[in-house]
Design a protein around this ligand. Structure first.
Ligand code: UDX
Ligand code: ADP
Length: 483
C-alpha cells in the first residue's frame, strides 16, 4: 500500500468541532482565540494533566498571557471547553490539533538533539484507535521535518475501521510568549502544509476557511507538508541566529567602546536587515529556539551534512558563551569573589510578560553565582517561588524575594536578567507602574554598589549619578572606567 493513499471520498463541509490535544503554551492560547473568533465551532482542549485542566477551568489560568484571561472567560462553557475526557473530544471532532510537548531526547539515539516524539505518537495512536469518522489531524507542535510520515504510518497501522480516512496537515504556530494573543489575532502569516493530493488540498482549504474568519486570505500561505514542517524550524533558527549575531557584536562593543544599541539602530535602519530582533542581552531563552536548532542539527547530521550541522551549532555555542561571559563579568568586577555576598537578581522568566522559565538565561546566571557561593535573592513579577525552587532547589544559598526592594536590601549588586517593564525607567516603559526608586535602593546597599544590566534597559548615566558602578551588556566597560 502506498504510504500516502488518496481519500476516496474527501469531505468539504465547514469544520464544526475541533479537539486540541495538549493544553500548554501553544494549544491553550491558540484554541482559545480560535473559539473566540469562531463562536460556531465547538472547541475542546484536552490534556492528560488534571491539574492543568483544573487550572484552565479556574480563575487562575495555568499560563500568564496578556489578554488571554478575558478571552477564555468570555467563551468558556459556551463553545470553549477544557477537559481530561480526551476520548470523547477526539470522537466528536472533525479536526484534531496535536499540540503536545516535543522535548529534546535525553537518552538513546539522537540524545541531546533529536525531538522526543513519544507524546506525538501516543496522541496519534489514540486518534487512530478511537475515530469512527474521517478526520483532519493537524501538527501544531513544532516537529522534525517528515514527522507526518511517522504519523501516517501509525494511523495506517492502527486504524481499525474501514472507510475512516485521515488527512494530515502541518500548521505550525508562530506565536511568541508574552504577545501570544496579539500574534494570534493579527498573525504575520498562517502556514498550512498539505500533501499534494485532492483530499490533502481539500483539508487544507477547510482549515484555511477557519482562519479566514479573522485573518486576511493573503496572509494564509499554503505549501507542501514538508516545507511547512521545515519552515517552523527555519524561522526559529534564523531568529536565534540573529540574536547570536547581535551577542557577538555586543562582545566586540564592550572591548572597543562602541555601543551595541547604537550599532543595532544603525544596522536596523537598513531595510534589508530591518529593526527587529537586534536587542542585545543575555542571549535567547524559551522553549523553542535551542530545541529547534538541535532538531536542525540532527536533521543535517542524519543526511551527513556536517558543515551545515556545524554552522547551526555555532549559534548555540555563541548563546552559551554570552550567558557565561556575563556571569564572569559580574564576578570579575566584584573583585573576583562573590562568596557570601548578597546579590539581587531581578527577573527569572526568559523574557518579559511571561511566567515561563524554560531555558531562561536567568537560570544560568543564578547557577553561576550560586556555585561561587553568593547569596542570591531573586524577584520576578510572574514567576512563583515553587517554579524557582524547581530550577534552583539544590542550592541552599538561593532565596525568593517578593519585591525589588527586599531583594536589594543590603546587597552588593543588582543584576537585571529579564526585560520586565517594571524594571525600566518610567519614561521608556510607557507604563504607569511606579519606577524603581534607585536612590533609596542605593542607600540600603553595601559599598561599592554594583548594577549589572543584562538586558540594556536601565538608564546607565542616571545610575552612575546616584553612585552605582554600572555594567551594561554591549557597552564599554563602565565599571573599569569609573574605578
Ligand atoms: C519564539 C518565536 O519568536 C516564535 O515565533 C515561535 O513560535 C516560538 O519561539 P518565544 O520563544 O516565545 O518565541 O520568544 P521570542 O520573543 O522569540 O524571544 C526568544 C528569546 O530571544 C528571549 O529570551 C528574548 O529575550 C530573546 N531576544 C529576543 C533577544 O535577546 N533579543 C531580541 O532582540 C529578541
Ligand atoms: P508547548 O509549549 O509546546 O505548548 P507544553 O508542555 O506547554 O508544550 O504543553 C504540552 C501539553 O501536552 C502538556 O500539558 C501535556 O500534559 C500535554 N500532553 C502530552 N501528551 C499528551 C497526550 N497524549 N494527550 C493529552 N495531552 C498530552
Amino acid at each position: 500500500m502506498p504510504l500516502f493513499f488518496e481519500n476516496p471520498s474527501p469531505r468539504s463541509e465547514p469544520i464544526q468541532s475541533i479537539c486540541c490535544i495538549g493544553a500548554g503554551y501553544v494549544g491553550g492560547p491558540t484554541c482559545a482565540v480560535l473559539a473566540w473568533k469562531c463562536p460556531n465551532i465547538c472547541v475542546t482542549i484536552v490534556d492528560i494533566s488534571q491539574e492543568r485542566i483544573d487550572a484552565w477551568n479556574s480563575d487562575e489560568l495555568p499560563i500568564f498571557e496578556p489578554g488571554l484571561e478575558e478571552i477564555v472567560k468570555s467563551r468558556r462553557g459556551k463553545n470553549l471547553f477544557f477537559s481530561t475526557d480526551i476520548d470523547a473530544a477526539i470522537i466528536a471532532a472533525d479536526l484534531v490539533f496535536v499540540s503536545v510537548n516535543t522535548p529534546t531526547k535525553t537518552r538513546g539515539v539522537g540524545a541531546g538533539y533529536a525531538a522526543d516524539l513519544q507524546y506525538v505518537e501516543a496522541a496519534t495512536r489514540r486518534i487512530a484507535l478511537l475515530s469512527t469518522k474521517s478526520k483532519i489531524i493537524v501538527e501544531k507542535s513544532t516537529v522534525p521535518c517528515r514527522t507526518a510520515e511517522s504519523m501516517r504510518a501509525i494511523l495506517d497501522a492502527t486504524s481499525p475501521r474501514p472507510g475512516v480516512h485521515f488527512d494530515i496537515l502541518s500548521n505550525p504556530e508562530f506565536l511568541a510568549e508574552g504577545t501570544a494573543v496579539q500574534d494570534l489575532l493579527k498573525p504575520d502569516r498562517i502556514l498550512i502544509g498539505a500533501l499534494n493530493t485532492k483530499s490533502g488540498k481539500l483539508a487544507q482549504d477547510r482549515l484555511a476557511n477557519v482562519y479566514a474568519t479573522w485573518v486576511e486570505r493573503s496572509a494564509i500561505i499554503t505549501t507542501g507538508l514538508w516545507s511547512s514542517e521545515l519552515t517552523k524550524l527555519a524561522a526559529n533558527a534564523l531568529l536565534a541566529q540573529r540574536i547570536s549575531s547581535i551577542s557577538s557584536l555586543a562582545a566586540i562593543c564592550e572591548k572597543t567602546g562602541a555601543e551595541i544599541d547604537e550599532v543595532a539602530r544603525g544596522c536596523g535602519k537598513d531595510s534589508r536587515l530591518g529593526p527587529h530582533f537586534l536587542k542585545a542581552g543575555l542571549g535567547f531563552g524559551g522553549s523553542c529556539f535551542q530545541k529547534d536548532i538541535f532538531n536542525l542539527i540532527y536533521l543535517a547530521e542524519t543526511f551527513s551534512l556536517q558543515p551545515v550541522a556545524d554552522y547551526w551549532r555555532q549559534v548555540l555555542v555563541m548563546n552559551e558563551w554570552t550567558k557565561a561571559s556575563f556571569s564572569r563579568t559580574i564576578i570579575r568586577h566584584m573583585f573576583s569573589t562573590v562568596s557570601n555576598k548578597k546579590i539581587a537578581l531581578l527577573g527569572f522568566a526568559f523574557k518579559k510578560d511571561t511566567g515561563d522559565t524554560r531555558e531562561s538565561p536567568a537560570i544560568s546566571i543564578a547557577r553561576d553565582l550560586l556555585v561561587e557561593g553568593a547569596e542570591v535573592y531573586i524577584y520576578d513579577p510572574k514567576v512563583s517561588e515553587r517554579n524557582m525552587r524547581q530550577c534552583l532547589g539544590a542550592f541552599s544559598n538561593f532565596h525568593f524575594s517578593s519585591s525589588v526592594e527586599a531583594a536589594a536590601l543590603n546587597a552588593s549588586a543588582v543584576v537585571v536578567a529579564t526585560d520586565w517593564d517594571e524594571f525600566k525607567p518610567s519614561s521608556s516603559s510607557g507604563k504607569t507602574a511606579a519606577a524603581i526608586d534607585w536612590t533609596s535602593i542605593y542607600a540600603n546597599m553595601n559599598r561599592p554598589a554594583f548594577v549589572f544590566d543584562g538586558r540594556g534597559i536601565l538608564d546607565t548615566a542616571a545610575l552612575q549619578n546616584i553612585g552605582f558602578k554600572v555594567h551594561t551588556v554591549g557597552r564599554g566597560n563602565l565599571v573599569d572606567t569609573l574605578s
